[in-house]
Design a protein around this ligand. Structure first.
Ligand SMILES: NC(=O)c1ccc[n+]([C@@H]2O[C@H](COP(=O)([O-])OP(=O)(O)OC[C@H]3O[C@@H](n4cnc5c(N)ncnc54)[C@H](OP(=O)(O)O)[C@@H]3O)[C@@H](O)[C@H]2O)c1
Length: 258
């Protein structure tokens, strides 16, 4: 198959492109670093002969409105080009629970972690509106996300990290699931993928702090009712894959410590 990957140079896109190429697929890599800015109209010729487009883009913008505008532009430009090029399937990587969060009333406590989830809900909606043959893969938080946020949210010797249940997952499991859905091995409109165990997100951050950043203290930060109530947890039909966080953590790389 010819698989076009939007965001092919990223944390998810790179191993996905490698896995697709390794298993005999022809891969088209789309990213600014390969010369394609997806926030501008996309030349359908770039998708000529593609069977599927996989969207694993992300923006560094954190504020909801700007981030939603980015995802909406990418979904619209990519979707319109895919339709013109006759692509039959689109796979979007999203996040478990963004539909529940996107439909819930806003609460002051929900700002911050909710901004990205609400922007991803806009990403899903724009993709459904503009792209052909949409399948959504909603993943749980990756095992290393708590470390990324621990460092991003650091203020002095404290980092305030969301106190919410998650069921973190290994990146490899997400990549395998994306490839299964892209190739049609799994064919559902929405597929959830998560790890095997429920954890408290702030506890994961505290584990990284203790190991990697001496002196940094994690303070659990209250979140909105929808997040605290388990909106990010998978449903009963989710694909679950190991390792669990503790096993992954024991084998994870400490060489990149700040
Ligand atoms: N981390 C998690 O726990 C988690 C969980 C569930 C779902 N996800 C989702 O996974 C997705 C991918 O995340 P990631 O960590 O792989 O992101 P990432 O490492 O930041 O990669 C983002 C990719 O998007 C490309 N990109 C950004 N702006 C672009 C533009 N204007 N035009 C074309 N390409 C552009 C980047 O390439 P260039 O910079 O070269 O353009 C890069 O290839 C996100 O949408 C995220 O919501 C993440």
């Amino acid at each position: 198959m010819r698989i076009a990957i939007a965001g092919a140079t990223g944390q998810v896109g790179s191993p996905l492109a490698e896995a697709a190429a390794r298993t005999g697929h022809d891969v088209v890599r789309l990213a600014r670093s390969t010369g394609v800015d997806l926030t501008a109209p996309v030349d359908p010729a770039l998708l000529a002969g593609a069977d599927v487009v996989v969207d694993v883009t992300r923006t560094a913008l954190r504020e909801e409105e700007a981030s939603a505008a980015f995802f909406t532009a990418v979904a619209t430009n990519l979707g319109e080009a895919a339709r013109s090029a006759g692509v039959s399937r689109t796979v979007l990587l999203s996040i478990i629970g963004v539909d529940r969060i996107g439909r819930a009333p806003r609460e002051p406590a929900g700002r911050g972690p909710e901004d990205h989830y609400r922007a991803k809900w806009a990403h899903e909606q724009a993709t459904r509106e503009h792209a052909p043959g949409v399948r959504i893969v909603r993943a749980a938080q990756f095992h290393d996300l708590a470390r990324v946020l621990l460092l991003a949210l650091r203020e002095g010797d404290t980092s305030r990290v969301a106190e919410m249940p998650v069921q973190p997952v290994a990146l490899e499991v997400v990549v395998d699931t994306l490839l299964d859905v892209a190739t049609g091995t799994v064919d559902e409109p929405v597929v959830e993928v998560a790890g095997p165990r429920v954890e408290r997100f702030c506890d994961l951050a505290a584990a990284f702090a203790t190991r990697d950043v001496p002196g940094l203290h994690v303070e659990p930060a209250p979140v909105s009712a929808v997040l605290a109530g388990g909106a990010l947890l998978p449903g009963p039909d989710a694909v679950l894959g190991g390792p669990d966080f503790q096993t992954w953590f024991r084998h994870s790389n400490v060489a990149s410590s700040p």
